[in-house]
Design a protein around this ligand. Structure first.
Ligand code: AMP
Ligand code: MG
Length: 414
């Protein structure tokens, strides 16, 4: 098996080098805005957020039971204390306790100052106002200290964090009403190709439905993105150039699909050279070799290949990290793990491949991966059936059943 890229006049850029070049070319969006907390899911925090209060705010009970002072505990024999009141969650006990006294307390209720221990209700016997505790109880149990989650002034969430449901809960626990986030990225998307038709049209010989725009819109669905669908543009050089220039004026990023290769109707790279700057074109990745990255004015440009699987692979491996960086978010890497291959994987040395796989885990926790079968960059069903990429290095010559291979799950649910 021979990879066509071995016939290229000069060696292709490796994916790592391409990512490095993008990283150094991109300047993150600095502008920020305030959004109310409930609209902040998935947005990128523009600065560190510190807690204005202790969380928990008060020392409180972790259980339903009785609050007492450890000074009253008799370690040698059961002992009885006098019940003098109740501390409810939201309605603290108002009085103060003397030696030999205790209060009924519920989960989340404030501990009276004189107490330092809570004994769960299952351990005591109550006889009217007399509560008898066993000798075996431990002091200082079942108490939540004020500030033990986050102390007043402590860091709640660092800047650059893409806010998760847990972050939003934590910020709410601190009473934070709104947060500063980076502004959304304006992203224009269009497909190119004379053969494209919309999904409302009747099938016709020589035409194909424009699936890339739908897949890309779905990939771009992210609270940090304002993605605008600019439709499908025919293979008309002037029209393409005009559309690109116009889109570059009011967007941070343009993503196109198709027309990035070397065919007679592939104008994307030429236009980019003409009205912008090409940073690179063609990388040693399969699928997805013809990928143009550059700038038109101040707008970043990604010219993705036309084949639908190449679009998804190059978006996820190259464009997505770039958008994340641009949006001001921390660049964390996707989870990759080793799995035992259960099918033969064909590959020619030359390019790093992202084959589509089905990852499973047995009851012992071991991972196995099978190929989805046909790996052509037009076989979109292989992408749809897969739940991971099988990542094969540029030098790799394929893998046989039983070999360990690197996989990148699409989600943590397998
Ligand atoms: P190109 O890169 O323009 O030469 O396109 C490569 C292949 O991808 C061709 O078979 C195209 O028909 C196909 N293709 C291009 N654009 C799309 C699209 N938007 N949706 C589905 N397939 C496409
Ligand atoms: Mg085309």
């Amino acid at each position: 098996m021979i990879d066509p890229c071995s016939l290229e006049p000069s060696p292709l850029l490796s994916i790592d080098d391409a990512l490095e070049r993008i990283k150094s070319a991109i300047q993150l969006v600095m502008a920020s805005e305030r959004v109310v907390l409930k609209n902040s899911l998935g947005r990128v925090l523009a600065e560190d957020i510190f807690s204005p209060i202790n969380i928990p705010y008060d020392r409180n009970s972790a259980m339903d039971g009785y609050a007492l002072s450890s000074k009253d505990i008799d370690a040698n024999q059961p002992f009885t204390l006098t019940l003098v009141g109740i501390s409810w969650a939201g309605k603290p006990f108002q009085g103060s306790l003397q030696a030999g006294q205790c209060v009924r307390i519920f989960t989340g209720a404030v501990l009276p100052d004189e107490t330092d221990s809570v004994v769960i209700q299952e351990q005591v016997s109550a006889d009217g106002g007399n509560i008898t505790f066993p000798a075996t109880i431990a002091a200082y149990q079942n108490i939540r200290a004020a500030g033990e989650d986050i102390a007043q002034g402590g860091l709640l969430c660092p800047g650059q964090k893409k806010l998760s449901p847990a972050d939003i809960g934590l910020l709410a626990a601190a009473g934070i009403y709104d947060v500063p986030v980076r502004r959304k990225l304006n992203i224009a998307v269009f497909s190119t190709g004379d053969e494209l038709m919309g999904i409302g049209q009747q099938p016709q010989i020589g035409k194909i439905y424009d699936s890339n725009r739908y897949a890309l819109a779905a990939l771009l669905a992210d609270p940090c993105h304002n993605a605008v669908d600019m439709g499908a543009i025919p293979d008309d050089r002037q029209l393409l150039e005009d559309t690109l220039k116009q889109a570059a004026e009011c967007n941070d990023v343009i993503i196109t699909t198709g027309g990035a290769s070397v065919g007679d109707a592939d104008y994307v790279k030429d236009i980019l050279e003409n009205c912008g700057k090409v940073n690179f074109w063609k990388i040693a990745i399969k699928p997805g070799k013809p990928l143009a990255f550059g700038k038109i004015g101040s707008c970043y440009f990604f010219g993705l290949p036309g084949n639908p699987v190449s679009v998804m692979v190059t978006y996820q491996q190259i464009v997505a990290p770039a958008l994340k960086q641009l949006s001001g978010a921390l660049a964390n890497k996707p989870l990759r793990l080793l799995a035992t291959c259960t099918t033969t994987l064909k590959k020619a040395p030359g390019r790093q491949e992202f084959q589509r796989g089905i990852l499973t885990q047995n009851t012992d926790g071991n991972f196995f991966v099978a190929s989805t079968g046909q790996q052509g960059s037009h076989i979109l069903s292989s992408m749809s059936r897969s739940n991971c990429y099988i990542i094969l290095s540029a030098e790799c010559k394929g893998a046989s059943s039983g070999e360990q291979v690197l996989v990148e799950p699409f989600s943590v649910h397998i």
